[in-house]
Design a protein around this ligand. Structure first.
Ligand code: PLP
Length: 382
């Protein structure tokens, strides 16, 4: 039996060479060649002094892009969803009331995390495509004075809507709640200031506007959030994501005791992406995303294609547009992929088949991609 499998494998299995695509969906975005080549460098031990030096630089780079002085700022060795789970697993205790804002897919996942951690979710709902309503959040906090946490998505990738993180954090603190913010798509793509906006716990991902490979989740916790973690009555139920343990490896002055084997080469990639953002300048990166969004927008609007989200709440890095009447969604996306090597995203939920999600994230946010996307769509739609 085993030899039969081997025989078949030898016949069919070869080194995998992916097609060269242009990635303009909701993530992953195009990974910059500098990042790919950084990842191909030799693997060293994850406790090697040379590696530890790189870890320290990585933490500093993450502090810069989060705009924070938080000591606990580090990359979780798993994708954005694990960053989400790190926040909820550490901060939500059984019985905690958590106000959670749902205006798309990722708010729904936050709610799922809350209930799985034994928390009680108080849902504030907004229509898909709208920003989170600060008035509704305030009302929910008035009605639930015992709520401990407010959780919301800054940049909802399922719709392309951006919420006012600064205002939401201000309201939460007026009611003595700490905040958990999803910044997977916003980090490095649009304005985000963790300290100035007083965000308590935040998570992101590497495969969106950092234009690095998927699989790492930068997170940051301030003192207020850490105090809640330290005062827990019950241990964090996840061993892998327990910050008390992870900090023994990533913490300042930590003896770098073994917790898990860090994804060494993937972290080379993240490090290189942070080098690139500091070369460009964070504000310049935000401005580039905005400028390219405006260019794509005028091209699409000239073709009669309209946006889902109000202009004021639109994310520059994720453009959700209505599919023109009578156009076959799946056929167009297949032609883009097969004939142009271009990937764009499909709609989700009630918007499946009705919208496209065109990403301009990180290294994907550049002029030649916009030109390719617009001319390909023009050719296909006629
Ligand atoms: C992509 C995304 C996630 C999940 O990240 P993964 O790396 O796919 O686990 C979470 N939240 C938002 C807003 C996202 O866009």
């Amino acid at each position: 039996m085993a030899s039969l499998i081997l025989l078949t494998l030898k016949k069919t299995m070869q080194s995998f060479n992916p097609p060269i695509r242009t990635l303009m969906g909701p993530g992953p975005s195009d990974v910059h060649p500098r990042i790919l080549s950084a990842m191909a460098r030799p693997t060293i031990g994850h406790l090697d002094p040379a590696f530890v030096g790189m870890m320290d630089e990585t933490k500093e780079g993450l502090k810069y892009i989060f705009q924070t002085e938080n000591e606990l700022t580090m990359p979780v060795s798993a994708p954005g969803s694990a960053g989400m789970e790190t926040c909820f697993a550490n901060l939500v205790e059984p019985g905690d009331k958590v106000v959670v804002c749902i205006n798309g897919v990722f708010g729904m996942r936050m709610k799922e995390n809350i209930t799985r951690m034994g928390g009680e979710a108080i849902v504030v709902e907004d229509a898909w495509g709208d920003a989170v309503s600060t008035d509704k959040v305030e009302q929910a906090l008035i009605e639930n004075p015992d709520a401990k946490i407010l959780a919301f998505v800054h940049a909802e990738t399922s719709t392309g809507a951006q919420s006012d993180a600064k205002a939401l954090c201000k309201i939460a603190h007026a009611f003595d709640c700490i905040t958990i913010v999803d910044a997977v798509t916003s980090l490095a793509g649009s304005e985000l200031r963790v300290d100035e906006w007083e965000i308590d716990a935040i998570y992101s991902g590497t495969q969106k506007c950092l234009s690095a490979m998927p699989g790492i989740s930068p997170v940051s916790f301030n003192e207020r959030a850490l105090t809640k973690v330290k005062n827990r009555k019950t241990p964090v139920t996840s061993w892998f994501l327990d910050l008390n343990l992870v900090m023994g490896y990533w913490g300042k002055g930590a003896k770098r005791t073994y917790h898990h084997t860090a994804p060494v080469n993937t972290l080379y990639g993240l490090h290189e992406s942070l080098v690139m953002i500091s070369e460009e300048g964070l504000e310049n990166s935000w401005a580039r995303h905005q400028k390219n969004h405006e260019e794509l927008k005028s091209g699409l609007e000239a073709m009669g294609i309209n946006f889902l989200v109000n202009e004021a709440d639109r994310l520059p890095q994720l453009n959700t547009v209505f599919i023109p009447e009578g156009v076959d969604d799946a056929a167009v996306r297949a032609t883009l992929l097969n004939d142009y090597n271009l990937e764009i995203g499909a709609g989700l939920g009630a918007y499946a088949g009705k919208v496209w999600r065109i990403g301009l994230m990180g290294h994907s946010s550049r002029k030649e991609n916009i030109t390719l996307c617009l001319s390909a769509l023009k050719n296909i739609l006629g």
